[in-house]
Design a protein around this ligand. Structure first.
Ligand SMILES: Cc1cc2nc3c(=O)[nH]c(=O)nc-3n(C[C@H](O)[C@H](O)[C@H](O)COP(=O)(O)O)c2cc1C
Length: 217
């Protein structure tokens, strides 16, 4: 990162930690709509997530509050309150089936930039690696990157003053049918968005002590 960018930044370590602390899974929302620009900014942040080999193996299916697919989307989330009372719903989908094509597209991109070294990396290593990967392993591998996009999305929603809830309590086959997705598509999670109400917080946040999770070497 250049010095210029470092000097110009507007974020802070404390501010980010406060943002992370403020994000909670909210299961009930009020009537307040979520502005379209908030949703678009959050989706852009999701799209900036890192991904393995930069294959960007995600799709974001945004079911807007007034979408004809809204009721079916809520039902696909098992009609849980976090979905039923939400203003907006976004489904984070992994596409292991598209990884070979994405590797080829990146290879072509680098070829067009005359970056033969990186083009060769995608042609000789990434492409064959993805193509030869066992299906379950490829799906798990893709899901990691998609989950990072989902995390960035939720933090962006929080930064805009709205709330969210990640949900894997859903029916993947209904989600695939709703968006006409192939069987290989992995339904990583849905995220509902809205303005939370106090009853939407089911309890205080609980975390095991950090020292149980952190090992310093
Ligand atoms: C992958 C994933 C799936 C989840 N699925 C659901 C769900 O289906 N319904 C729900 O109410 N909460 C769901 N949660 C929310 C968790 O219960 C919640 O993140 C956890 O209890 C910690 O609370 P916090 O998010 O408020 O810190 C899910 C969270 C994750 C990361």
């Amino acid at each position: 990162m250049t010095e210029q960018v470092k000097q110009d930044h507007i974020w802070s370590v404390d501010g980010f930690e406060q943002l992370a602390a403020a994000r909670r899974s909210v299961r009930r929302y009020g009537e307040t709509p979520v502005p379209e620009d908030v949703m678009r900014a959050a989706v852009r942040s999701a799209h900036l997530a890192p991904s393995s080999n930069n294959l960007q193996p995600w799709e974001f299916h945004w079911v807007r509050h007034d979408s004809p697919q809204r009721d079916a989307a809520v039902e696909a989330c098992l009609s849980q309150p976090a979905a039923a009372t939400s203003a907006e719903l976004v489904f984070f989908i992994g596409r292991p089936d598209l990884c070979v094509r994405r590797a080829a597209a990146l290879q072509a991109q680098y070829e067009s930039e005359q970056n033969e070294g990186t083009a060769a990396y995608y042609r000789d290593q990434v492409g064959p690696n993805v193509a030869g990967m066992e299906a379950a392993k490829r799906s798990a591998w893709v899901d990691k990157s998609v989950a990072l996009a989902a995390a960035q999305f939720m933090l962006a929603i929080q930064a805009a003053g709205f709330d969210s809830c990640p949900m894997e309590g859903l029916d993947p086959s209904k989600v695939r049918a709703l968006f006409d997705l192939p069987q290989e598509a992995s339904v990583v999670m849905a995220i509902s968005v809205g303005q939370g109400i106090p009853e939407g917080l089911y309890g205080p946040r609980y975390r095991f002590p950090l020292q149980d999770h952190l090992t310093e070497h």
